[in-house]
Design a protein around this ligand. Structure first.
Ligand code: NAD
Ligand code: MG
Length: 382
């Protein structure tokens, strides 16, 4: 059966891998694509997948793209209006949110209001607006299928199981490139070192988030919303080989997990074809050549991503937004070589201490908390 998809963030890591799944599955039809500013790659994607619409966030990139594809039928749009337009089209089934950051909140809500199924990679959206998005998904009967590998593993481990019998969610983490290091060894980390993830090749922001463990903190909150569990039921386990992608421990002590080689294409494909499992031509885990699978406690004294996430979630309201927004800004500053690695933590901590949380915030209040955080950080750095 034909499945028509819209991809927000088609030029990124998750976006391009989603298109590789389209290549292998002719029943997937691309209706619209959106990206930030890479008009060159977007032109290539348009010529290959022939969507009806394409959106560039950036106005100049949109104009450039219009000229590049002037010979084609495709309609080019830009900005938030463009994202909202393609997210609410009648003629598609699944929205793949492969955009990075809180910019995904409004398109996701708009799509749910149109009863669209969401294949969700954009975890920042759930972290900041989970209290709006999850009830809306339920009310609209519009399911959200996780693309994040850990959450896909948890989702797969929940199939056919009684949801009220979950004892713990075992959320695995590779530990990132600096696992085993102590705080003083992280003082002079270079951007290049932080971008070297041991097991996964991902976008730049999430790669830095993996090095700080902020990614795992965001994932704890993401799991809380997706699976309706309390944060203290989400146990992070460092598992450097990234073979067990996460697991669910039930009240009888049984543990159901999902394993595989680290490859995002499986969780993306699973979200697109759920509940089916389609063939995929990727390497298989060979248990006999696998030297070992090891597990350890996270070092929460050195890697502050987890304690910050727990604190943000416990305070609730707009505090997870401040945690996320401060991190987004701090990571951008680190990638621009404006601050040092450990200053990412300092900026998050200062932003959270400075903020008075608003409970049960509206989207406008969430976006205001984001703006306040950016201003606060700009003020600190000037
Ligand atoms: P990326 O940086 O590789 O790609 C981001 C995409 O979003 C690009 O296409 C970019 O052009 C687009 N984009 C950015 N700002 C935009 C805007 N304002 N308007 C429209 N498009 C915009 O990022 P990624 O690694 O693919 O991550 C995407 C999301 O998926 C993130 O939320 C990340 O946390 C999550 N995720 C990624 C991975 C992974 O393996 N890469 C794994 C799990 C979860
Ligand atoms: Mg993940």
């Amino acid at each position: 059966m034909e499945k028509r998809i819209v991809i927000l963030g088609s030029t990124g890591s998750i976006g391009t891998q989603t298109l590789e799944i389209v290549d292998a599955n002719p029943e997937l039809k691309v209706v619209a694509l959106a990206a930030g500013r890479n008009a060159v790659l977007m032109e290539k994607q348009i010529r290959k997948y022939m969507p009806e619409y394409a959106v560039m966030w950036d106005e100049t990139a949109a104009t450039d793209l219009k000229n590049r594809v002037a010979d084609l039928q495709v309609e080019i749009r830009s900005g938030m209006d463009g994202l909202l337009f393609i997210s609410t089209l009648e003629q598609y089934d699944i929205l793949v949110t492969a955009i990075v950051g809180m910019i995904g909140i409004r398109p996701t809500i708009a799509a749910l209001n149109k009863k669209k199924t969401i294949a969700l990679a954009n975890k920042e959206t759930l972290v900041t607006a989970g209290h709006i998005i999850m009830p809306l998904s339920e009310r609209m009967n519009a399911p959200i299928y996780p693309v994040d590998s850990e959450h896909s593993a948890i989702f797969q481990s929940l199939q056919g199981m009684p949801k009220n019998r979950i004892e713990k969610i075992l959320l695995t983490a590779s530990g990132g490139p600096f696992r085993g290091k102590k705080r003083e060894e992280l003082a002079d980390i270079k951007v290049e070192d932080a971008l070297k993830h041991p097991n996964w090749s991902m976008g730049r922001k999430i790669t830095i988030d993996s090095a700080t463990l902020v990614n795992k903190g965001l994932e704890m909150i993401e799991a809380k919303w997706l699976f309706g569990v309390e944060m203290d039921k989400v146990k992070v386990l460092i598992h450097p080989q990234s073979i067990l992608h996460s697991a669910v421990q039930y009240v009888d002590g049984g543990i159901i997990g999902q394993m595989g080689v680290p490859d995002m294409k499986l969780p993306i494909q699973y979200a697109l074809f759920y509940p089916d499992r389609l063939p995929m031509d990727t390497p298989r885990v060979d248990f006999t050549s696998l030297q070992s699978m090891t597990f350890e406690e996270p070092d929460e004294e050195t890697f502050l991503g987890l304690p910050f996430a727990k604190k943000a979630s416990a305070t609730g309201g707009t505090m997870p937004t401040v945690f996320n927004a401060a991190n987004e800004k701090a990571v951008a500053l680190f990638l621009d070589r404006k601050i040092k690695f450990l200053e990412i933590y300092d900026l998050i901590q200062a932003s959270m201490e400075n903020h008075k949380a608003v409970q049960n915030p509206t989207v406008d209040e969430i976006l205001a908390a984001e703006a306040e955080t950016y201003e606060f950080i700009a003020g600190k750095l000037s």
